[in-house]
Design a protein. Structure first.
Length: 167
């Protein structure tokens, strides 16, 4: 991963190999497979799903987007429940955002937000940096598009890239 414009995050503790009371295991994570040392740039901490860091990042992004939409006068629902129950009675899917009154009228809009890493597992070729976005778009489209169309909703997807592997 290119770290050309990265700086050390001084709030992330680092292992002191010269200290007798420091333990290397306190600076490693094996949550999603192989053991990785937590980096000083904060990339791993941002993307790791252990302790909810990845979920918190996603939720914070969604809340900011909702606040922006509300600030321009849109009626917005955050993670609306039972949105698809007319189509499938036991459907518990909740898109991130529902815009009830889009400008110009028309169908209501559901927005699903995705935060993905530029070095995700979907990126298999350095010459194709958009692979993680394309993979997430296809996944979200499969998840929501048929049901959204059946309920006369417009599906929109909002992607944010972070400089870390996101699993």
């Amino acid at each position: 991963m290119c770290r050309r414009n990265s700086t050390y995050n001084t709030s992330i503790p680092i292992f002191d190999s010269h200290g007798t009371s420091d333990n290397l295991q306190n600076y490693q994570c094996s949550y999603d497979g192989p053991i990785k040392t937590i980096d000083r740039f904060g990339y791993h901490i941002t993307g790791c799903k252990k302790d909810g860091n990845a979920i918190c990042l996603h939720d914070n992004v969604v809340h900011i987007v909702v606040t922006l939409f509300r600030s321009i006068g849109l009626s917005v629902a955050l993670e609306p429940m039972h949105l698809f129950s007319d189509f499938e009675p036991d459907d518990n899917r909740r898109p991130d955002i529902l815009i009830r009154n889009p400008y110009g009228g028309g169908r209501q809009i559901i927005i699903d937000v995705a935060v993905t890493g530029i070095d995700g597992t979907a990126r298999t070729n350095n010459n194709k940096p958009n692979q993680p976005i394309i993979a997430r778009r296809k996944q979200k489209t499969r998840k929501y598009e048929p049901t959204a169309e059946a309920n006369h909703l417009y599906l929109s997807q909002l992607f944010f890239l972070i400089p870390a592997k996101w699993k």
